[in-house]
Design a protein around this ligand. Structure first.
Ligand code: HEM
Length: 420
């Protein structure tokens, strides 16, 4: 039997246009996991990289931050981006996802107390209220209607919650949403801001900095019991964090928290619509939202990959990797690994165990995982208890992005119980 051919030059793993057209390249990953799970690619237009596609190898690499670092960046750059570098405020900004230990641990400690299940109790009520208001909004036309679930619901939920914890005034929520879209979906023409990418990034940085600098000043002058105040007054080694580090913390919280949660929610909803048996299970037992949300994160894997850079010569699964070479940890592939998941290509809301890597692993494990879980559970519980009928009302459309991936449009037709 001839070996299964591996993908040609790796373009299909990272070309944003492929993601827009077809979604995540699961067929190519499945072949790689079987035949060549640590494979070196050099696709045109990008830098060379090692594709890491198996669950076990991604876990192992994630546990060794002293050997596989983040400081050189977490996304694979195009040749053009490499030449440009970052500009304006965004160039000076420092975020924990691009730090290595020991510095990373010092900075992570500033925000982490707020994200524990205990620390988050203070926003429990606000999360439930945000979910109820959104579902009330769907029911406002008498209980029957059509919506674009991506923009009308999935994007609004994390936006309201993140704005609340970061102190963004309600009348600036839409500005933040627009800017975040432009920052993250930089490859998607529908979400982009201008043809001149350099100038666009400079303006974007300045605009975001303008919004957050005001909040930081305000919370330094008059701290409250919120994350915004914790970050604005955060100290590292006894010193108040610098303006660019504080700005970086706000921005990473907002950007890392918004599109990821949105894409998880919208992909989860699509999976429920396409698997009516699973939706029925959830309706009958809304407590299943706990495993359901884990399954949604596994199924959608909104953070498609993270990049690591080898800090010395090292071996991974028998392959010699040289210092300075880049590795892409394809979480979305790990989350379909047949060696770990039974029937990985089936969406099962009560999957147990579910050791998915959707929130990463080890040193940089998602700081907002508890918030992401809690906010999605609130929304899906509200939907499960009130949704009477739901079906697609048009074709779902993927975002043109290879990094934070998912749907930008999900047209739905529904009937929903009008709230009490
Ligand atoms: C479904 C939603 C989310 C997904 C799928 C997700 C996924 C991830 C992944 C894969 C990483 C990298 C982990 C690694 O390298 O091992 C990460 C890091 C991070 N996430 Fe999330 N995330 C989500 C929601 C959030 C939310 C709501 C927040 C904050 C409000 C957040 C804040 C962060 C931060 C700050 C980091 C960097 C942590 C560090 O470097 O130590 N994320 N996330």
């Amino acid at each position: 039997m001839s070996p299964t051919p591996s993908p040609s030059d790796g373009s299909e793993l990272i070309d944003p246009v492929v993601y827009e057209r077809d979604g995540q390249p699961h067929e190519a990953w499945t072949q790689l996991r079987r035949s060549d799970p640590v494979h070196h690619f050099d696709p045109p237009g990008f830098g060379p990289f090692w594709a890491i596609t198996r669950h076990a190898d991604i876990r192992e690499i994630s546990r060794r931050p002293d050997t596989f670092g983040n400081a050189a960046g977490i996304v694979l750059l195009t040749a053009e981006q490499r030449a440009e570098g970052r500009v304006g405020e965004l160039a000076q900004m420092r975020t924990i996802i691009e730090m290595d230990p020991p510095e990373h641990r010092d900075f992570r400690r500033v925000g982490s107390p707020w994200f524990t299940p205990n620390g988050m109790k203070r926003i429990d009520a606000a999360i439930d209220q945000a979910a109820r208001e959104l579902v009330d909004g769907l029911a406002s036309s008498g209980g029957e209607g059509e919506c674009d679930f991506a923009t009308d619901v999935a994007a609004r939920h994390p936006l309201r919650i993140l704005s609340t914890i970061l102190g963004v005034p309600r009348d600036q929520e839409d500005d933040i949403l627009r800017l975040t879209n432009q920052l993250f979906a930089a490859d998607d023409p529908e979400l982009q801001r201008a043809a001149d990418r350099q100038q666009a990034m400079r303006d974007l940085g300045a605009e975001l900095y303008g919004i957050f600098a005001k909040i930081i000043d305000d919370r330094r002058a008059a701290p409250r019991d919120d994350l915004a105040s914790l970050l604005a007054n955060g100290r590292v080694n006894g010193e108040l964090m610098g303006p660019m580090e504080t700005f970086g913390y706000y921005l990473i919280t907002f950007t890392a928290g918004h599109d990821t949660t949105k894409n998880s929610i919208v992909g989860g909803m699509r999976a429920l619509v396409e698997n009516p048996g699973e939706l029925e299970k959830l309706r009958r037992d809304p407590d299943l939202v706990v495993p359901e949300v884990e399954e949604i994160v596994r199924w959608t894997t909104p953070v498609n990959y993270m990049k690591r850079t080898a800090l010395c010569d090292v071996e991974v699964a028998g392959h010699a990797i040289r210092e300075g070479e880049e590795l892409l940890l394809f979480y979305a592939s790990a989350n379909r690994d047949e060696d770990v998941f039974e029937e990985p290509f089936r969406f099962r809301i009560d999957r147990d165990p579910n050791p998915h890597l959707g929130f990463g692993h080890g040193e940089h494990f998602c700081l907002g995982a508890n918030l992401a879980r809690r906010s999605q559970r609130a929304l899906f519980r509200e939907l499960a208890t009130r949704l009477e009928h739901v079906e697609l009302a048009g074709e779902p459309e993927h975002i043109r992005s290879n990094f934070v991936v998912g749907l930008k449009h999900l047209p739905l037709r529904y009937r929903i119980a009008v709230g009490a």
